[in-house]
Every structure is written in C-alpha cells, then in structure tokens.
Ligand binder design. Sequence first.
Ligand SMILES: Cc1cc2nc3c(=O)[nH]c(=O)nc-3n(C[C@H](O)[C@H](O)[C@H](O)COP(=O)(O)OP(=O)(O)OC[C@H]3O[C@@H](n4cnc5c(N)ncnc54)[C@H](O)[C@@H]3O)c2cc1C
Length: 243
Amino acid sequence: MDKKPLQKAKEHKLKITRIIDEAHDTKTFRVEVPKNTEIDFLPGQFFMVRFWNNEILKRAYSIASSPTDKGHMDITMNLVGEFTKKLWQCKVNEHLIFTGPYGKFYFDESMKQDLVLICGGLGITPLRSIIRYCNDKKLPNKINLIYSARTPDAIVYKEELENYKKKNPNYKFVFTITRPQPEHKWNGRTGRIDEGLLRGNIENIENTLFFVCGPLQFVKDTRAMLESLGAKKEQIKTDIWGE
Ligand SMILES: Cc1cc2nc3c(=O)[nH]c(=O)nc-3n(C[C@H](O)[C@H](O)[C@H](O)COP(=O)(O)OP(=O)(O)OC[C@H]3O[C@@H](n4cnc5c(N)ncnc54)[C@H](O)[C@@H]3O)c2cc1C
C-alpha cells in the first residue's frame, strides 16, 4: 500500500528566500529546504510557524507547495493580526521555525477516488498543494476545484490554477465571485457556492472524496449541502481556520 503512517513532527529552522505579493494584503513566504534535508509532509498538511527569536508567538499554516517541490516550501497568508503583522516586517534571509507536519486533512496515493476540492478565500492553500502533487505525480484522479473568492483580484494563484488545465486532462476548475462589481469586468460565475454548482461538479458521488477548506460557516454550509446531495460523512474532509 502507498499509505504512509502519519509522520512525527520535527522542528526546522528555514531561511526566507522569497516574499511574493499575491494579492492585496496577501503574501507568499517561500523558505529554503536545504540540500540533504528531507521535510516529510503530505499534501494538505500544516506546520506551526514561529519567529526564530520568539518561542511563544506561533500560528498554523498549511503548506501551499507540494512535497514534490524540492528545495523550498511556501506558506501564503492574509495580513490579519498579531502574527502576520510581525511577519510582514520580515525580510529575505531571515529565518522562521517550522514544526510539523500536522493534520489529518491530507491526500495520499492510496486515495484513488475523484477529488472535489472546495475552498473559500485563502482556503486554497492546502488544495493547491494537493493539485500540484497530483499533477507532478501524474496521478489519474479526476480533480474538480471549486474556488469562491470575494473579488477576482482576491483569487490567489489564479493564472497557475488556470494553467494546470493544459498540463492535466483530469483537472477542471471553476471560480465564483461573491462580491462582483461592474469595474471588475468579471465574465465568470458569480454568487456563493450552492447545491447546483456542487451537483454540476460531481460525476459519481459514491466514488468522490471532498476536501473543504475555509472559515467555519463556509465549511459548515458546504458540508450540509454535500450531505444533502448524498455524500457520506467519511467522504468529506474539512479544514477550518477562523470563525
Ligand atoms: C490548520 C490551520 C491551517 C491554517 N493555514 C493558513 C494558511 O495557509 N493561510 C492563512 O492565512 N491562515 C491560515 N491559518 C490561520 C492562521 O493560523 C492564523 O490564524 C492567521 O494567519 C491569523 O493570525 P494573526 O496572528 O495574524 O491574527 P490574530 O491576531 O491571531 O487573529 C485575529 C482574528 O482573525 C481571525 N482570522 C484567522 N485567520 C484569518 C484569515 N485568514 N482571514 C481573516 N480572519 C482570520 C481569527 O479567528 C482571529 O479572530 C490556518 C489555521 C489553521 C488552524
């Protein structure tokens, strides 16, 4: 079987090598994984992150890159409060301490089902890891991504997520914008994720695994819709980040 036992958490001191502006108040921090260092994690899992000189202040971040991305790991976040304000002051070459991996919200190669990946806002980060992993490993799983964002500018990794379609014939995506304005000139779907959108992206519900990530109410509502469409509890994996 491909299934790995869950890994033991370890601490790693990692250098920031790039800081990427993804959207308004949204940045990716890329850290270097030195040669000869293996950081074991499954796509979808998270690490606890802290500053090298502060043992108290720490937060959980899903790894947005894939285990198949060698030499670096990415975390992507919104500017929110105490931790992220401090991180916004950090510069390339400074160090962060990553401890992990943690979490049961992961994909592994023993999962042969179709994947329906559903996120609200920055909940895309663990899902991006799963998509990159399946692409790199050329896995046959069908992948349908349903990504809800407030505005088109807030769609993080937009171009990359669109381009995967060229590389992976099993991959499809839909973006839906919940607060469209005329100046956005958005021609795509608008409105929240509803049962119709979900139904249209499920081919064979019995053979599908759902990964849902976002704020609490988003995850609750999505789970309720999936269950009313016939998905069983054990087919729905969820990751909740905020209220
Ligand atoms: C398993 C797990 C994985 C996570 N992965 C990510 C990730 O990949 N990217 C990411 O940005 N965050 C992620 N988070 C949330 C992250 O741990 C922090 O809570 C977040 O960055 C805010 O920290 P802060 O110190 O800046 O704000 P704080 O001062 O701690 O928080 C202020 C308030 O903002 C709320 N809040 C938390 N996250 C958000 C958010 N994203 N947008 C708006 N309000 C929020 C909190 O509930 C709190 O009430 C994850 C959380 C968990 C539990």
